[in-house]
Design a protein around this ligand. Structure first.
Ligand code: CP
Ligand code: NVA
Length: 314
């Protein structure tokens, strides 16, 4: 396993490393509770939250403990950054105590600054632009459900995923990057003013990946022949002031029975959670046998343990 310095974007892993991460995560899942591998023994990792979290916080705390390490939650409200201390100084100070830092914040530039100014590994636990830990768990979840035997990443090749709603969101951008790495067909569908942001094309180019995703306002066209229909909340953390406008404009992009009907018969429904049933997804689809949302949530634990192994390996 070749060490990586930080995990800010899924493209911080090479395609081979992403494949290895999925295999390691699957192995850790199969052997949970019976794994002598403790790469974080003697280490303390902190989790810094500028936004709310249920899954990310709990899965990282449990995962770090299972890998032999200790955790510490840092609440922005009780930090000196809340009173004006710079990110640069905070990153330098925390690097003198900790072995790694897991951050959920707003602008992506904040996490980049923590990584460049500090001297310990930084993990992106969600920014306005990207949610890379979620996407590794999601790739594992799709391969478990739809993959053929053999290499997990290869089993995703040529699978079609349709993403609905805010296509300029952290989850949509993460799918564009991960889909390109996995050789998947990514169609994104939402209102024209919620299209993917241009920064994601720059990130594809920097990673040497092709720009193969498609954005369309036609929800049915995106779902046609899809293996996966994926959605996320219409109002992400930080977008609350636009709630009324977003709900109105995104209403035609709800994932419901009509959309599932044009996807493949064995298509799955996915959502990173938390979900708002009746908004971005109908209750019928959310609660259907095609829904794998709780597998996704569980796989956060296993995927993040694999990612942490890349950050701590010698
Ligand atoms: N999917 C996800 O990141 O959930 P939390 O916001 O609860 O961490
Ligand atoms: N797009 C959502 C994801 C939550 C896990 C948000 O940023 O709020």
């Amino acid at each position: 396993m070749k060490k990586i310095p930080h995990f800010l974007k899924v493209t911080d892993l090479s395609i081979d490393q992403l494949g290895e991460a999925l295999e390691v995560a699957a192995e850790m899942k199969a052997n949970r509770g019976n794994c002598p591998y403790k790469p974080l023994a003697g280490q303390t990792w902190a989790l810094l939250f500028h936004k709310s979290s249920t899954r990310t916080r709990v899965s990282f705390e449990v995962g770090i403990n299972e890998l032999g390490g200790h955790t510490m939650i840092l609440d922005q409200k009780r930090m000196q950054t809340g009173r004006g201390e710079t990110v640069s100084d905070t990153a330098k100070v925390l690097s003198r105590y900790l072995h790694g830092l897991i951050i959920r914040t707003f602008e992506h530039s904040i996490i980049e600054e923590f990584a460049s100014e500090g001297s310990i590994p930084v993990v992106n636990a969600l920014t306005d632009a990207l949610h890379p830990c979620q996407i590794v768990a999601d790739l594992l979840s799709i391969s478990e459900r739809l993959g053929t035997s053999g290499n997990l990443l290869n089993s995703l090749k040529d699978r079609k995923l349709a993403f609905y709603g805010d296509c300029g969101s952290n989850m949509a951008h993460s799918w564009i990057l991960a889909g390109a790495m996995a050789g998947m067909e990514i169609s994104l569908s939402g209102p024209a003013n919620f299209a993917p942001h241009s920064i994601v094309d720059q990130w594809l180019e920097e990673a040497g990946l092709p720009k193969t995703y498609v954005f369309t306002e036609n929800a049915e066209a995106a779902a046609t022949g899809a293996d996966v229909l994926y959605t996320d909340v219409w109002v992400s953390m930080g977008d609350e002031e636009q709630r009324d406008q977003r709900l109105k404009e995104m209403a035609p992009y709800q994932v419901n029975g009509s959309l599932m009907a044009v996807a493949k018969p064995d298509a799955v429904f996915m959502h990173c959670l938390p979900a708002h049933e009746g908004e971005e997804v109908s209750s019928e689809v959310y609660k259907s046998k095609q829904s794998i949302v709780f597998d996704q949530a569980e796989n956060r634990l296993h995927a993040q343990k694999a990612i942490l192994s890349f950050l701590s390996s010698k």
